[in-house]
Write a protein that binds this ligand. Structure first.
Ligand SMILES: [Zn+2]
Length: 564
């Protein structure tokens, strides 16, 4: 494989792809024996993988420089044309389920292939294609609107991200002013955001009705391939977070107030854990990559191979540059079984998290793609994928001295307490969405009231210092997932349970923890969520008592920490 920037991109011929797929499908459907069916299926997989590779190259290059009109054009073309592949996809699912060789297929590849096909057929239907396109358009409008929002602060033009960074400043008045500007920017845009969300809710409810579901929640669960748990299970999990995690988070906020020397932590104090400032990496980008390479070499032979591969083929783009899209992600070039990491380094500890979190996703893909025979088994759903990435953050703790020097202990305390502090917020976002889609007619005012109620329950320490818009429940609209990825979010909280369990295992038997982690990564998406938990010996987070079991050692460690 060449370096990423040397890879040649050729616009995929989608019409030709459809013709070939149809021919292969016919071979699959008319196969005289299992071997013929199997070969046809693998041929389809290979074609899909080549197409996917070209899509990824175009997408990555487009996000690296959104001003490059060639890749902007390619991205537009592909986004517009990709829905034309859906009928072939549906036909393949139907063919798999009807195949006379279904038993042989299940014996070789496991049942998950069929479960995926069954689930997809329940949600992919030509009858809702127009609504799907409408939903994508509205979601894009939301992203465009929030990306273009800016205001003047401290003599600079800043966006939401810029203001959040000011909310980590060591000067309290500065943080307060940044918070007021941040809330004002949301308030200015609230009518438009509410309008977009009303439309999104309407189109989602319409799709559910068209497909015969009682509520959008049922459709969303299937869309997210939740075959192992229901909204009642999610409620059980939230209850456990409320009982076990929320009281300790309240204690964490009290400790934080004492450290910062304030009466109580206001919203604009929440991000600052230490009065002298949050820990910052003591290295530039190239040094950090070298540190990461050393870390992965020392961690294990598997992680050493993986990271050397990333460096040899230049499979990351980490710097912030003009024209580059915000955020970070991990994706894959299927033809070469090569992961790719995209991020915007900004000199904070988040840069190190990219080299552990996104690298954890990449490492899991690197292993699973070399182990699993089917493309769709290379990744699992987020409940598992986020265990891969979050667990790697914990495995990396012993090497944080390299990245943070004397501030390493502060980083570890910050990282561990934030992992707990995010949980109540995540389940709050989850319950909010269940409420919104149970009563889609509630409107803007109703949403604010529900949000404020839930916030008081899950984050009783939250204090907006009298900022009216936030006191009235406006905070929910800063959560991108609620607009663009409905019901996603609780998956991070579920995955954190697995990562905490792994972390507990590391403290007792590092070698065993690593072996169990490798087993989970290699299994990719070859089984369902709960089955994969069993493969790794992890508890089912919906069972009562499992949350306490996963987090107790973390609470104990933080309580004994000298910085607490
Ligand atoms: Zn992730």
């Amino acid at each position: 494989m060449k370096s990423f920037h040397e890879l040649e991109y050729v616009r995929p011929d989608l019409k030709a792809f459809i013709r070939t797929s149809e021919a292969q499908l016919e071979q699959f459907e008319q196969a005289g024996d299992y071997e013929q069916a199997r070969q046809a299926l693998l041929a389809m997989q290979k074609a899909e993988s080549s197409l996917g590779t070209m899509l990824t190259i175009a997408m990555v290059r487009n996000t690296i420089d959104t001003r490059d009109s060639f890749y902007e054009g390619e991205a537009e073309f592909l986004n517009e044309q990709l829905p034309t592949l859906i009928p072939v996809q549906i036909r393949l699912y139907q063919a798999l389920l009807k195949s006379p060789f279904r038993q042989d297929l299940e014996q070789e590849y496991g049942r998950q292939l069929m479960t995926n096909a069954e689930t997809a057929l329940k949600t992919q239907d030509p009858a809702i294609m127009q609504d799907k396109a409408e939903e994508a358009k509205l979601s894009h409008a939301y992203q465009k609107l929030t990306a273009s929002c800016q205001t003047e602060f401290d003599g600079q033009t800043v966006n939401f991200y810029g203001l959040l960074k000011h909310m980590e400043d060591t000067d309290r008045q500065h943080r307060q002013a940044a918070c007021q500007a941040w809330a004002a920017l949301y308030e200015d845009n609230a009518p438009e955001l509410d309008r977009l969300f009303d439309q999104l809710t309407a189109v989602r409810v319409r799709m559910a009705t068209t497909l015969g579901y009682d509520s959008y929640t049922d459709l969303a669960y299937l869309d997210r391939q939740r075959t192992d748990y229901t909204s009642e299970d999610a409620a059980t999990f939230r209850r456990q977070i409320l009982d076990v995690v929320v009281p300790f988070c309240t204690e964490l906020r009290q400790r934080q107030a004492r450290r910062l020397g304030v009466d109580r932590v206001k919203y604009y104090d929440e991000a600052l854990l230490f009065p002298e400032g949050n820990p910052q990496p003591a290295a530039d980008k190239d040094q950090m990559i070298r540190h990461a390479q050393t870390m992965y070499r020392e961690m294990s032979p598997e992680s050493a191979d993986f990271f050397n591969f990333m460096v040899d083929h230049q499979l990351f783009d980490l710097d912030t540059k003009p024209g580059k899209r915000m955020g970070g992600y991990c994706t894959s070039l299927s033809d070469w079984k090569a992961p790719f990491i995209f991020s915007n380094f900004n000199g904070t500890s988040a840069d190190v998290d990219v080299l552990t979190h996104e690298a954890g996703h990449s490492f899991a893909y690197y292993l699973a793609s070399r182990e699993q025979p089917l493309n769709e088994y290379e990744f699992s759903t987020s409940e598992i994928n986020e265990i891969h990435s979050m667990t790697m953050e914990h495995f990396a703790y012993p090497w944080m001295d390299r990245f943070f020097g004397e501030q390493a202990d502060r980083y570890r305390y910050l990282h561990l307490s934030q992992a707990l502090l995010y949980l109540p917020y995540m389940v709050c976002v989850d319950e909010f969405q269940h409420e919104v889609y149970a009563h889609p007619e509630m409107g803007a005012q109703g949403r604010r009231e529900i949000w404020r109620q839930l916030e008081k329950r899950y984050m009783p320490w939250r204090d907006y210092d009298g900022i009216d818009f936030l006191e009235q429940g406006g905070f929910w609209m800063q959560k991108q997932h609620i607009f663009s990825s409905p019901f996603y979010y609780i998956e991070y909280a579920l995955a954190q349970m697995g990562a905490f369990e792994f972390y507990g295992r590391m403290k007792i038997d590092q070698a065993q923890a690593w072996q169990d982690y490798l087993t989970l990564c290699r299994a990719g998406g070859s089984r369902s969520y709960v089955e994969l938990l069993k493969v790794a010996g992890l508890a089912n987070p919906f069972e009562n008592g499992s949350v306490a079991k996963a987090v107790q050692h973390v609470i104990d460690e933080l309580r004994q920490h000298p910085l607490h």
